[in-house]
Ligand binder design. Sequence first.
Ligand code: BDR
Ligand code: CA
Length: 308
Amino acid sequence: KPKLLIDTDPGVDDALAILMAHAHADVVGLSVAAGNVGLAHTVRNACTLVDLVGAATPVFAGCPSPLVRMPEEDAAFVHGSDGFGDIGFPAPKAAAEDEAAALAILRLTREYPGQFTLVALAPLTNLALALRLDPSLPQRVARLVVMGGAVTGLGNTGKVPAEFNVGFDPEAAHVVFEAFPHFDLVDWEATLRYAFDEDTFDRWLAAGDARAEFFGKVFGTARTFNRSRGRRGVIAADALAMAVAIDPSIVTRSESRHVAVELDGRLTRGATVVDWAGRLQRPANANIVMELDADRFAAMVRRALGAP
Ligand code: BDR
Ligand code: CA
């Protein structure tokens, strides 16, 4: 079983990814970022998930804001104002540890050097802070998988070409992309290519266990939002990145390129700039996931929901 340390801002699709991780991997910890909604909610939601899966996974609260500039938007309009569909879940029994997320990331990578995969499902604030404290962090991580970026410029933020995780804290993404010599990048456009058919997904929810019942509830606001955009289908960005983290052999085609983050730009702050033509003559840092085995991805999700 792979060992995973997950940086996350739950978040509907984060929830699905965390259920997958507990079903298929050994989860060393959840470090929590602000992003989809504020840190108090994302930490609470992480604790709710730990209760749900009945694990003793430690939760570490991270930085409550981006490194430099407050973003213009969060994603409450997709995930609900509490990040979990405004269901009003009871207060979780699990609680966050005292240790800050960035410090926990450094400590855990020292305790298990080279043994685990870092999975970044949120704005990269915590990872950037950890890297600034200890630039040797990448040497102690077996792999880094990032859900972020919009490599063809489609994006999903108010600013046309940016993806949410990178657009929320571009400086943090810049620090991480410059510091890690090699990471797997699951971008927004990949998540659109691998959305689930809604009727199929609903059948899994109906056939699953308490995890499916839970996910069916938190998914409500995101479903309504998708419909308001005339979309059907279950877009599960973080779940796709988690599939790549759990089993890299699921990827059938990827492109190795240098990816940078635009920090200024009149129209493009937070955009990921992919050097497709190799003009910058910089070594490729990102392995951009282009195609993967959709059936195996589906099977991983089904099992995480307790569906046959
Ligand atoms: C990413 O942003 C968040 O809203 C999702 O949880 C995912 O991590 C998609 O752009
Ligand atoms: Ca997320």
